[in-house]
Design a binder for this molecule. Sequence first.
Ligand code: AKG
Ligand code: FE2
Length: 310
Amino acid sequence: MSVEDAAVSASGVRVVKLGAHLGARIEGVRLGADLDARTVADIRAALHEHKVIFFRDQHHLTEDGQYEFAELLGTPTTPHPTVTSAGAKSLAIDSQQTRSNVWHTDVTFVDRVPSASILRAVALPAYGGSTTWASTVAAYRSLPAPLRLLAENLRARHTNRYDYAADIEDRPDDKDRTYRREFESTYFETEHPVVEVHPETGERALLLGCFVQEIVGLSSAESRALFRLFQDRVTRLEHTTRWDWSLGDVAIWDNRATQHYAVDDYDGEHRRLTRITLAGAIPVGVDGTPSTVIAGDAAAYASAPLGRAA
Ligand SMILES: O=C(O)CCC(=O)C(=O)O
Ligand SMILES: [Fe+2]
């Protein structure tokens, strides 16, 4: 580590840490299909260590270039299990359709939860519109021992019955309703462990977020109370990092170790980002029990290996 708290790898990748628990800016990399294996390995290592990593000035990237880079880092999924009308490669995160201002881990209503998401800024508002990530590993670690034990023995049901914004929308307009109809067009429901073991790092993390419908075996009041207790650990400000986007920025997050929230503070301004997700293994709890499907078949979305990733 230099005095600036940056680490430079042999491939020239420079990692500038942004916070104690998560977040790093990566310098010296031009993302694309032509990256060498060592650079890709360094990016992957930085992702696992810092949970969310940011690249600036990637103005050259197109949707195809973003996809080709994604193929070097992992196996891209289809854009989404249900929202597929916008294209074959990427999911448009467009303020005219939806605003993800609720804490979530991506696509947890299916069994094969994506391993990572790659998000590229395409159009940005004049003000506002940052995104905040939280470390679900730091959240787990911050729990006192009796609460860790409790969480490790819980499982939760996640569904896509509501879209991202359902909790906070008072009067959804027509566009919101159209998006929600597509989002919910096939019903998915999966039971996940509340504490998952990361397949690559072995770290334990809370697996919660807005798609949780209930904690298995509890009354709805008990479910709500326990969900709040654990979810509040995730969103403690010390466990978060916030990114103010510029055009050309790319963010990549480890979807097994984070939640995120898109801050809706840009009024009617247009904001658009392009997301590609990478397939992930089916989560397992600390006792080795994997997640189980209750409804919906996500095989067409992601060809995840059944069980742990190699
Ligand atoms: O709009 C954003 O910044 C993030 C949206 C989101 O939740 C996602 O891309 O998965
Ligand atoms: Fe998301």
